[in-house]
Design a protein around this ligand. Structure first.
Ligand code: PRP
Ligand code: MN
Ligand code: MG
Length: 191
Protein backbone atom coordinates (compact mmCIF):
# COMPACT_ATOMS: atom_id res chain seq x y z
CA UNK A 1 0.00 0.00 0.00
CA UNK A 2 1.20 3.46 -0.86
CA UNK A 3 2.17 5.63 2.12
CA UNK A 4 -0.19 8.37 0.90
CA UNK A 5 -3.09 5.97 1.51
CA UNK A 6 -2.88 6.25 5.28
CA UNK A 7 -2.00 8.64 8.04
CA UNK A 8 -0.24 7.87 11.32
CA UNK A 9 -1.28 9.71 14.48
CA UNK A 10 1.01 9.43 17.49
CA UNK A 11 -0.57 7.39 20.30
CA UNK A 12 2.34 6.74 22.74
CA UNK A 13 5.44 8.93 22.61
CA UNK A 14 9.00 7.60 22.58
CA UNK A 15 9.49 9.28 25.97
CA UNK A 16 6.47 7.51 27.53
CA UNK A 17 7.65 4.19 26.12
CA UNK A 18 11.13 4.69 27.57
CA UNK A 19 9.72 5.47 31.03
CA UNK A 20 7.45 2.44 30.93
CA UNK A 21 10.22 0.13 29.69
CA UNK A 22 12.34 1.25 32.62
CA UNK A 23 9.62 0.45 35.17
CA UNK A 24 8.90 -2.92 33.53
CA UNK A 25 12.60 -3.73 33.75
CA UNK A 26 12.64 -2.97 37.50
CA UNK A 27 9.74 -5.42 38.04
CA UNK A 28 11.43 -8.07 35.88
CA UNK A 29 14.71 -7.56 37.74
CA UNK A 30 12.94 -8.15 41.05
CA UNK A 31 11.27 -11.31 39.75
CA UNK A 32 14.55 -12.77 38.46
CA UNK A 33 16.86 -11.45 41.21
CA UNK A 34 19.72 -13.91 41.86
CA UNK A 35 19.32 -15.76 38.55
CA UNK A 36 22.49 -17.35 37.19
CA UNK A 37 21.34 -16.70 33.62
CA UNK A 38 18.17 -15.19 32.19
CA UNK A 39 17.36 -16.09 28.60
CA UNK A 40 15.32 -13.34 26.98
CA UNK A 41 13.47 -14.57 23.92
CA UNK A 42 12.27 -12.10 21.33
CA UNK A 43 9.53 -13.09 18.90
CA UNK A 44 10.52 -12.07 15.39
CA UNK A 45 10.02 -9.71 13.94
CA UNK A 46 7.88 -7.30 15.94
CA UNK A 47 9.79 -7.54 19.23
CA UNK A 48 13.17 -6.40 17.93
CA UNK A 49 12.95 -2.81 19.19
CA UNK A 50 11.39 -3.65 22.56
CA UNK A 51 13.89 -6.43 23.27
CA UNK A 52 16.79 -4.11 22.44
CA UNK A 53 15.52 -1.54 24.95
CA UNK A 54 14.49 -3.98 27.68
CA UNK A 55 17.79 -5.91 27.39
CA UNK A 56 19.76 -2.73 28.06
CA UNK A 57 17.52 -1.88 31.02
CA UNK A 58 18.32 -5.33 32.45
CA UNK A 59 22.08 -4.77 32.44
CA UNK A 60 22.30 -5.74 36.14
CA UNK A 61 21.28 -9.32 35.29
CA UNK A 62 23.28 -11.96 33.40
CA UNK A 63 21.23 -12.04 30.19
CA UNK A 64 21.37 -14.22 27.09
CA UNK A 65 19.42 -13.10 24.02
CA UNK A 66 17.66 -15.55 21.74
CA UNK A 67 14.94 -15.32 19.09
CA UNK A 68 12.05 -17.41 17.90
CA UNK A 69 9.74 -16.86 14.96
CA UNK A 70 6.14 -17.96 14.89
CA UNK A 71 4.00 -17.96 11.76
CA UNK A 72 3.02 -14.44 10.94
CA UNK A 73 -0.07 -12.53 9.95
CA UNK A 74 2.08 -11.72 6.93
CA UNK A 75 0.69 -8.70 5.20
CA UNK A 76 -2.82 -9.35 6.37
CA UNK A 77 -4.49 -7.45 9.21
CA UNK A 78 -6.21 -10.62 10.42
CA UNK A 79 -4.79 -13.38 12.60
CA UNK A 80 -4.39 -16.76 10.92
CA UNK A 81 -5.19 -18.33 14.33
CA UNK A 82 -3.00 -21.32 13.51
CA UNK A 83 0.39 -20.46 14.94
CA UNK A 84 3.36 -22.55 13.86
CA UNK A 85 7.01 -22.26 14.89
CA UNK A 86 9.01 -21.14 11.84
CA UNK A 87 12.38 -20.53 13.49
CA UNK A 88 13.39 -22.15 16.74
CA UNK A 89 15.69 -20.96 19.52
CA UNK A 90 19.44 -21.40 19.09
CA UNK A 91 20.06 -22.15 22.77
CA UNK A 92 18.78 -24.53 25.43
CA UNK A 93 16.19 -23.38 27.95
CA UNK A 94 15.62 -26.55 29.98
CA UNK A 95 16.05 -25.75 33.70
CA UNK A 96 16.78 -22.08 32.94
CA UNK A 97 15.02 -18.78 33.59
CA UNK A 98 13.23 -17.52 30.49
CA UNK A 99 11.48 -14.26 29.65
CA UNK A 100 9.53 -14.02 26.40
CA UNK A 101 9.53 -10.47 25.07
CA UNK A 102 6.70 -9.48 22.72
CA UNK A 103 5.52 -6.23 21.16
CA UNK A 104 1.78 -6.79 21.35
CA UNK A 105 -0.87 -9.27 22.50
CA UNK A 106 -3.89 -9.10 20.24
CA UNK A 107 -6.03 -12.26 19.90
CA UNK A 108 -3.49 -13.99 22.17
CA UNK A 109 -2.91 -16.93 19.80
CA UNK A 110 0.79 -16.17 19.22
CA UNK A 111 1.90 -15.93 22.86
CA UNK A 112 -0.44 -18.70 24.04
CA UNK A 113 1.05 -21.07 21.47
CA UNK A 114 4.65 -19.97 21.96
CA UNK A 115 4.55 -20.25 25.76
CA UNK A 116 2.90 -23.66 25.51
CA UNK A 117 5.67 -24.73 23.13
CA UNK A 118 8.49 -23.37 25.33
CA UNK A 119 6.97 -24.97 28.45
CA UNK A 120 7.48 -28.43 26.91
CA UNK A 121 11.24 -27.84 27.39
CA UNK A 122 10.76 -27.36 31.12
CA UNK A 123 12.38 -24.01 31.82
CA UNK A 124 12.88 -23.28 35.52
CA UNK A 125 10.74 -20.16 35.30
CA UNK A 126 8.88 -18.89 32.22
CA UNK A 127 7.49 -15.34 32.17
CA UNK A 128 6.18 -13.03 29.46
CA UNK A 129 6.29 -9.30 28.93
CA UNK A 130 4.39 -7.44 26.22
CA UNK A 131 4.69 -3.74 25.54
CA UNK A 132 1.10 -3.48 24.34
CA UNK A 133 -2.08 -5.39 25.07
CA UNK A 134 -5.47 -5.18 23.35
CA UNK A 135 -7.63 -7.11 25.84
CA UNK A 136 -10.82 -6.44 23.86
CA UNK A 137 -9.48 -8.54 20.98
CA UNK A 138 -8.67 -11.66 22.97
CA UNK A 139 -9.79 -15.01 21.49
CA UNK A 140 -7.87 -17.30 23.83
CA UNK A 141 -7.33 -17.01 27.56
CA UNK A 142 -3.86 -15.50 27.77
CA UNK A 143 -2.36 -12.89 30.07
CA UNK A 144 1.20 -11.63 29.90
CA UNK A 145 2.92 -11.35 33.28
CA UNK A 146 3.78 -7.72 32.57
CA UNK A 147 2.15 -5.32 30.13
CA UNK A 148 3.42 -1.87 29.22
CA UNK A 149 0.20 -0.31 28.01
CA UNK A 150 -3.35 -1.55 27.52
CA UNK A 151 -4.72 -0.02 24.35
CA UNK A 152 -8.11 0.04 22.61
CA UNK A 153 -8.77 -1.87 19.39
CA UNK A 154 -6.89 0.45 17.03
CA UNK A 155 -4.48 -0.57 14.30
CA UNK A 156 -1.07 0.45 15.61
CA UNK A 157 2.42 0.71 14.10
CA UNK A 158 5.92 1.68 15.20
CA UNK A 159 8.44 0.55 17.83
CA UNK A 160 8.74 -2.76 15.95
CA UNK A 161 5.11 -3.13 14.88
CA UNK A 162 4.36 -3.09 11.17
CA UNK A 163 1.62 -2.38 8.72
CA UNK A 164 2.37 -4.60 5.70
CA UNK A 165 6.04 -4.66 6.86
CA UNK A 166 6.27 -0.85 7.01
CA UNK A 167 6.71 1.62 9.85
CA UNK A 168 8.46 -0.76 12.28
CA UNK A 169 11.20 1.85 12.59
CA UNK A 170 9.03 4.64 14.01
CA UNK A 171 10.35 5.52 17.48
CA UNK A 172 6.81 5.93 18.86
CA UNK A 173 3.54 3.97 18.73
CA UNK A 174 1.18 5.40 16.14
CA UNK A 175 -2.41 4.79 15.20
CA UNK A 176 -3.13 4.09 11.53
CA UNK A 177 -5.95 6.10 10.02
CA UNK A 178 -7.39 5.72 6.54
CA UNK A 179 -8.90 9.01 5.40
CA UNK A 180 -11.81 8.37 3.02
CA UNK A 181 -10.38 10.78 0.45
CA UNK A 182 -6.69 9.88 0.90
CA UNK A 183 -6.15 8.82 -2.68
CA UNK A 184 -7.93 11.88 -4.05
CA UNK A 185 -5.91 14.12 -1.72
CA UNK A 186 -2.65 12.53 -2.87
CA UNK A 187 -3.60 13.01 -6.53
CA UNK A 188 -4.58 16.64 -5.88
CA UNK A 189 -1.27 17.25 -4.12
CA UNK A 190 0.66 15.94 -7.11
CA UNK A 191 -1.24 18.07 -9.60
C1 PRP B 1 2.05 -9.62 15.39
C2 PRP B 1 2.61 -9.09 16.69
C3 PRP B 1 2.44 -10.27 17.62
C4 PRP B 1 1.19 -10.95 17.13
C5 PRP B 1 0.05 -10.65 18.03
O1 PRP B 1 3.04 -10.39 14.76
O2 PRP B 1 3.98 -8.76 16.54
O3 PRP B 1 3.54 -11.16 17.49
O4 PRP B 1 0.96 -10.42 15.81
O5 PRP B 1 -1.14 -11.18 17.54
P1 PRP B 1 -2.04 -12.30 18.23
O6 PRP B 1 -2.08 -11.99 19.71
O7 PRP B 1 -3.39 -12.11 17.59
O8 PRP B 1 -1.45 -13.61 17.93
P2 PRP B 1 2.96 -10.82 13.24
O9 PRP B 1 2.38 -12.18 13.18
O10 PRP B 1 2.32 -9.74 12.44
O11 PRP B 1 4.49 -10.94 12.80
P3 PRP B 1 5.63 -9.82 12.95
O12 PRP B 1 5.99 -9.77 14.39
O13 PRP B 1 6.74 -10.34 12.10
O14 PRP B 1 5.05 -8.53 12.45
MN1 MN C 1 4.99 -10.52 16.04
MG1 MG D 1 3.14 -8.12 11.75
Amino acid sequence: MNRTDYVIDQMISAKSIAARVESLARAIEAEFAGTDQLVIVGLLRGSFVFIADIARELSNLPVEVDFLEASSYGNSMESSREVRILKDLRGEIGGRDVLVVEDIVDTGHTLARVTEYLATRHPRKLRTVALLDKPSRREVDFRADWVGFEIPDEFVVGYGIDYAQRDRNLPYIGKVRFPANAEAAATDGAA
